[in-house]
Design a protein around this ligand. Structure first.
Ligand SMILES: [Zn+2]
Length: 256
C-alpha cells in the first residue's frame, strides 16, 4: 500500500468516527447530556452499547438498523451522517492534505455538522459550536498567516449585522426573525472569513435559505424553518473554496 492509500484510508476512517461523534453530540448537547463522560446508550431502552455496537455504518448494517437489546429501530440518519462526514473529510483532504490546516478545517466541519443536525432536530444551535469555532478560526488565520485585523474587523461586522437583524427587524415586525444563536454564529463567521467575504457569504446564505425553505415546505416539515443549516453550508463553502466568494465579486464587477 502506498502512503497515499494509507492516508486516504485514515481520513475515511476518521470521517466515519467523527460522523458517529456528530450524531451523538447533536443529540446530547441540546438536551444538556454530557457528551464525553456518559457512555453510549440506546435512547429507547437505555442499554449501554458495547464494542460491537459502536462501529460506524458497519454496526448499523449488521444489526439490521435495530437496537440489539430492545429491537427499537435506529434511524438511517445515523449511518448517513457518518458517510456524509467521511465524504466531507475526503473533500477537505483533497484541498489541504493531512496538514495542521487540513485538521483545523476538518474540526470546523465537525462543529458545523453538529450545528446543522442540532438545528434541524431541536431548533437550537448549541453554544459549544461557537465556543469551538472561535479558537479554530484563530488557528486557521495563524496557519494561513492572515493579517490580524482581517478576522477582527470580520468579527465586529458579523456581530453588528447579527445584532441589527435581531433587534432592528424584531422591533419593526414584532417577531423574532433571527435567534440569538444565529447572532453569535454570524460573529464567528466574520472571524473566519474576514471583512470582504462576508457579503458573498450573506448572499449565498440567503440563496441556500430560499432553496432549503422551499424544500422544507415541500416536505411538509412545519411552519418554523431553521436557518442555521444554510449559514453553516455557506460558511463551509466560503472558507474552504475562497474562489466562490471571489467569483461573486467578479460577477458583480462585471454587471456594474
Ligand atoms: Zn434499545
Amino acid at each position: 500500500m502506498t502512503a497515499m492509500t494509507l492516508e486516504l484510508l485514515f481520513v475515511l476512517f476518521a470521517g466515519l468516527c467523527f460522523g458517529s461523534f456528530i450524531t451523538c453530540a447533536s443529540y446530547r448537547l441540546p438536551l444538556e447530556i454530557d457528551v464525553v463522560k456518559k457512555p453510549s446508550y440506546c435512547p429507547s431502552c437505555n442499554a449501554k452499547l458495547g464494542f460491537r455496537d459502536l462501529w460506524p455504518v458497519f454496526s448499523w448494517v449488521t444489526s439490521g438498523g435495530k437496537c440489539r437489546h430492545c429491537s427499537a429501530k435506529i434511524s438511517i440518519r445515523y449511518p448517513l451522517i457518518e458517510i456524509a462526514t467521511a465524504i466531507i473529510f475526503l473533500l477537505i483532504y483533497a484541498r489541504f492534505g493531512l496538514t495542521p490546516l487540513g485538521i483545523t478545517v476538518a474540526l470546523m466541519a465537525v462543529a458545523l455538522l453538529i450545528m446543522i443536525v442540532a438545528d434541524l432536530e431541536h431548533y437550537i444551535i448549541p453554544d459549544s459550536v461557537h465556543v469551538a469555532l472561535l479558537p479554530l478560526g484563530l488557528a486557521y488565520h495563524y496557519l494561513m498567516q492572515t493579517p490580524w485585523e482581517q478576522p477582527l474587523y470580520g468579527f465586529l461586522l458579523g456581530a453588528g449585522i447579527g445584532l441589527s437583524l435581531h433587534y432592528g427587524y424584531g422591533w419593526l415586525r414584532k417577531k423574532d426573525v433571527l435567534g440569538f444563536g444565529d447572532v453569535k454564529f454570524l460573529a464567528v463567521v466574520g472571524l473566519w472569513l474576514g471583512l470582504m467575504p462576508m457579503v458573498p457569504f450573506l448572499f449565498y446564505s440567503g440563496l441556500l435559505g430560499v432553496m432549503f425553505g422551499l424544500l422544507w415546505r415541500a416536505l411538509g416539515r412545519g411552519p418554523v424553518f431553521p436557518f442555521g443549516p444554510s449559514l453553516a453550508v455557506s460558511l463551509f463553502i466560503c472558507a474552504v473554496y475562497p474562489e466562490v466568494p471571489a467569483a461573486f465579486w467578479q460577477l458583480l464587477g462585471g454587471m456594474l
